[in-house]
Design a protein around this ligand. Structure first.
Ligand SMILES: NC(=O)c1ccc[n+]([C@@H]2O[C@H](COP(=O)([O-])OP(=O)(O)OC[C@H]3O[C@@H](n4cnc5c(N)ncnc54)[C@H](O)[C@@H]3O)[C@@H](O)[C@H]2O)c1
Length: 390
């Protein structure tokens, strides 16, 4: 299993099939990006700075946009999706398209013999996600998926603190993400208010993945949801001032039960004038306050039973940012070991989000059928800027 035990039987990284898949040769791993939009700069900046990765192509439906990004970041090729899938040295396709295109682009990459790492959510719904993982397994190829923020110094240090028993046995958690929504800064925010997004599917993956990474898989959820306004207005870019329809709930509150016995309450909202983010875990011996799981660094704080104040804990590890999951997958490919930001983990989180949406609609607890194992911790000295593949 590549980092999980999902029901779909994702490609076994140790299998002979995986070993003979694209990428069994040595040296840095060839990567192409599909989707040259708002988030592509963060990936291109980082991936082009990691010596174990070679970014060989950028593709987009808008080939001029792909060409501009390629030029800006010194990437040798650009064009439509077919152009970058045809580059023989590309082993991993990084899928940065909008959620509605995730499944089709990922499937095309698999059919071209490439491993695929995608932005969140994995696909629009769990059925699409299961099909994708099943096809990858059949072809002996890997699926990886964002978020990879749980590989950052902040959340990895939290994981180490929990494993060391700093707060005893985890009992309950609170997760809150409230904001006014992304339409003030994102020049094309319509997709963020359509199926596959909204605060639950757009921001929920960071919180739910962090919680699963800390507390293990979920077994059931219950939720309620609201929508403050049926329209929003684009706040920046050439379409600034344009009104568009909101197609999903924008304030979602969910109760989460974990297989291991802990539980959590969570809020995901684009209806709040203030930005509020928190994840806190209560244990039998204390309480841990985690960093914003949409970031890679600290702060990480602890409070013991008798403490009147929080105490800051040192964080150790990398804060290099988006693309760590791609790099971990590239190194795991060469080392023939499971990667951490796995398709199975993303499918479990997607099933949880889908179950939350269905619970809010039907007013009942929903049990989950998938599971995922907690990703292995990353060694504190893991350095993305080290050349390990020669
Ligand atoms: N913007 C952010 O801050 C941010 C942060 C984290 C994750 N993400 C995720 O990254 C993904 C992309 O978000 P974005 O904000 O960059 O979106 P965007 O709309 O700015 O860019 C998406 C790009 O994908 C291209 N595209 C769409 N369908 C395609 C297809 N079938 N083939 C090729 N190209 C296609 C579009 O032309 C566009 O250039 C989403 O899954 C989102 O959830 C975004």
């Amino acid at each position: 299993m590549t980092g999980g035990t999902g029901t779909t039987g994702e490609a076994d990284a140790t299998s002979e099939a995986a070993a003979t898949a694209a990428g069994a040769n040595g040296g840095p791993v060839g990567v192409a990006l599909v989707g040259a939009g708002a988030i592509s700069d963060a990936y291109l900046r980082n991936l082009t700075a990691f010596p174990d990765i070679r970014v060989l192509g950028v593709a987009d439906l808008d080939v001029a946009r792909a060409a501009a990004k390629a030029q800006e970041h010194g990437v040798p090729m650009s064009g439509d999706v077919g152009t970058v899938l045809a580059i023989p040295e590309v082993e991993i396709v990084v899928n940065l398209t909008i959620p509605a295109a995730h499944a089709a682009v990922a499937t095309a990459a698999l059919r071209a013999g490439k491993h695929v790492y995608g932005e969140k959510p994995l696909t629009l719904d769990p059925e699409e996600g299961e099909k994708l993982l099943a096809e990858a397994a059949e072809r002996g190829l890997r699926v990886g998926n964002a978020p990879d923020t749980f590989l950052g110094a902040g959340l990895q240090s939290a994981k180490r603190a929990l494993a060391a028993g700093l707060i005893g046995t985890p009992v309950a958690a609170t997760a809150v993400m409230q904001s006014p929504g992304p339409e003030s800064w994102h020049p094309n925010p319509e997709f963020l208010y359509q199926r596959g997004a909204g605060p639950l599917f757009d921001i929920g993956p960071y919180y739910l993945t962090a919680l699963v990474a800390m507390l293990g898989p979920l077994c059931q959820v219950a939720a309620t949801a609201r929508q403050a306004r049926p329209h929003r207005v684009i706040g920046s870019g050439p379409k600034g001032g344009t009104r568009f329809a909101v197609e999903v709930p924008t304030h979602v509150m969910a109760l989460l039960d974990f297989t291991g016995g802990a539980s959590a309450s969570s809020t995901f909202s684009f209806d709040s004038p203030a930005h509020i983010t928190m994840i806190e875990i209560i244990g039998t011996e204390g309480m841990l306050s985690l960093p914003d799981p949409n970031t890679f660094a600290g702060p990480l704080r602890v409070r013991g039973a008798g403490d009147k104040e929080w105490r800051e804990l040192p964080v150790e590890g990398t804060s290099a940012g988006r693309g760590l999951g791609v790099l971990d997958m590239a190194r795991a490919l060469r080392g023939n070991v499971p990667h951490r930001a796995s398709g199975a983990l993303a499918l479990h989180v997607l099933e949880a989000m889908n179950a939350i949406a269905l619970s809010a609609e039907h007013g009942e607890f929903r049990r989950l059928s998938t599971t995922a194992r907690e990703p292995d911790p990353l060694p504190a000295a893991w350095d993305p800027r080290e050349a390990t593949l020669t």
